[in-house]
Design a protein around this ligand. Structure first.
Ligand code: SAH
Ligand code: SF4
Length: 365
C-alpha cells in the first residue's frame, strides 16, 4: 500500500501531537511494542524526518502500516524576511489557512527564537496589534513544536539556537495544555533535547495558570507588567481587572524559577501614559520584594494605535531611575523594526495583502 493521499492524511492523527506516553499507549493498543515509540520519535525529532519511508530500521510493512494511520506534520515558511539588525521573521501558513509568525533574533554568538502560541489573542491589550484582532484559535502542540523544527533545520550563519521565548503571537497561558505539551517535547530526550533553563514564557498575568506553570515545568518567567498602578494597567490590559497587580505580584513571589534565575518584567513604554520618572519610581517600589529584572520596550507603533513611542531622553531617564535603584534593566529596541517585527505585524500585513489582492482581482475583473 502506498502512502495515503493528502486529503486522507489530514484526517489521520499527527505523531507530533502525541506525548511520548500517549504515543506508546496508542502503539500498544495496536499491538506494537512500546519501544517503537522512542525509535520513531527519535527519527522525527533528532533527524527531522517527516516521512515514515525514511525510517529504514523499521520493516517496510510496518512503515506502510504507520503511513496509513498517522501523519508527521511540518511547517514550511511561506515568507522569510531579513531585518537590517540580523533578525529573521518567518511567516507560516497553517493547515486551515491561518498565519502565524516566528522571529529568529541574533544574540552574541547564538540565536533566540520567539514562538507563537495562538492565532491572535483574546486578552485585548490596547497597545498590541495581536490583541486588536482578537483570538482566532489555539495552536496545537505540533504547531508550536514545528516552529522550532522548521527554523532549526537551517539556522543562518552556523550559530546554534540556544534560547526559546514564548513571546510571539498569543497568550501562552491561555493555551495551557498545548503549551505545556510542546515544552515537554522541546525539552525531552526523545524530543528536541532543549534545556528548560533556556526557555522563557511570557504572560500578561493569568494568575491561576502561573501557579500551575510553576508546578508543572521549570522554565523562566517573563511578566508583561506595563504599568505600576492598577488604574493605568486596567486601561492598558483588561486582564488586570480580573487579576490586579497585587495578585499578579503575589503569584510571582510564589513562582518556582530555575535556580538563581530572576523574573523578567516587561514594560512597554508609551509616551505620556506610563513613562514618567514617578512611574519608574513606583515600579521599583512594587518590585522590591521580588528577584526581578526589567526589560523596557519602547512602544512599537502600528496603524490606528493611539499610543506614541517616547523620545530617547525620556527612555534613558526612565531607565536611569531603575538602574540607580540597582535593577538590571535592558532597553529592548524592537529587533527587526524595519520588517515590522513587533508582535503580530507581519501576519497583519499578510491579511492586508489578501484584501489588496482581492481588490486588485475585483478591479481587474
Ligand atoms: N501574551 C504574552 C506574550 C506575547 S506578547 C504577553 O503579553 O506577555 C510579547 C510582548 O510584546 C509583551 O511583553 C507585550 O507587552 C509586548 N508588546 C505587545 N505589543 C507591543 C507593541 N506594540 N510595542 C512593543 N511591545 C509590544
Ligand atoms: Fe495578547 Fe500579549 Fe498582545 Fe496582550 S500583549 S494582547 S496578552 S499577545
Amino acid at each position: 500500500m502506498a502512502d495515503a493521499p493528502f486529503s486522507l492524511m489530514s484526517t489521520q492523527r499527527d505523531v507530533k501531537n502525541f506525548t511520548r506516553e500517549a504515543f506508546t499507549r496508542w502503539l500498544e493498543h495496536h499491538n506494537v511494542a512500546p519501544y517503537r515509540a522512542g525509535q520513531i520519535l527519535r527519527w522525527i525529532y533528532h533527524r527531522n524526518s517527516c516521512s515514515f519511508a525514511q525510517m529504514t530500521d523499521l520493516s517496510k510493512d510496518f512503515r506502510r502500516w504507520l503511513a496509513g494511520r498517522l501523519i508527521i506534520s511540518r511547517l514550511e515558511p511561506t515568507q522569510v524576511q531579513d531585518s537590517m539588525d540580523g533578525s529573521k521573521k518567518y511567516l507560516f501558513r497553517l493547515e486551515d489557512g491561518h498565519h502565524i509568525e516566528t522571529v529568529l533574533i541574533p544574540e552574541r554568538g547564538h540565536w533566540t527564537l520567539c514562538v507563537s502560541s495562538q492565532v491572535g489573542c483574546a486578552m485585548g491589550c490596547k497597545f498590541c496589534l495581536t490583541g486588536h484582532g482578537g483570538l482566532v484559535r489555539n495552536l496545537e502542540p505540533a504547531e508550536i513544536v514545528n516552529q522550532v523544527c522548521a527554523v532549526q533545520k537551517d539556522l543562518p550563519n552556523g550559530k546554534p539556537l540556544t534560547n526559546i521565548v514564548f513571546m510571539g503571537m498569543g497568550e501562552p497561558l491561555a493555551n495551557y495544555e498545548s503549551v505545556i505539551q510542546a515544552i515537554g517535547t522541546i525539552t525531552s530526550n526523545h524530543g528536541l533535547q532543549f534545556s528548560s533553563r533556556r526557555i522563557t514564557l511570557s504572560t500578561a498575568g493569568l494568575v491561576p495558570r502561573m501557579d500551575d506553570l510553576g508546578r508543572d515545568v521549570t522554565v523562566n518567567l517573563a511578566v508583561s507588567l506595563n504599568a505600576a498602578d492598577n488604574e493605568t494597567r486596567n486601561q492598558l490590559m483588561p486582564i488586570n481587572r480580573t487579576y490586579p497587580i497585587e495578585a499578579l505580584l503575589s503569584a510571582c513571589r510564589n513562582f518556582s524559577l530555575p535556580s538563581r534565575r530572576m523574573i523578567t518584567f516587561e514594560y512597554v513604554l508609551m509616551a505620556g501614559v506610563n513613562d514618567s520618572p514617578e512611574d519608574a519610581r513606583r515600579l521599583t517600589r512594587i518590585l522590591r520584594p521580588l528577584r526581578a529584572k526589567i526589560n523596557l520596550i519602547p512602544f512599537n507603533p502600528f496603524d490606528g494605535s493611539p499610543f506614541k513611542t517616547p523620545g530617547e531622553a525620556t527612555i534613558i531617564a526612565f531607565q536611569q531611575v531603575l538602574v540607580d535603584r540597582h535593577y538590571t534593566t535592558m532597553v529592548r529596541r524592537s529587533k527587526g523594526g524595519d520588517i515590522l517585527a513587533a508582535c503580530g505585524q507581519l501576519r497583519a500585513s499578510k491579511a492586508l495583502e489578501r484584501v489588496t489582492s482581492q481588490r486588485e482581482r475585483q478591479a481587474g475583473g
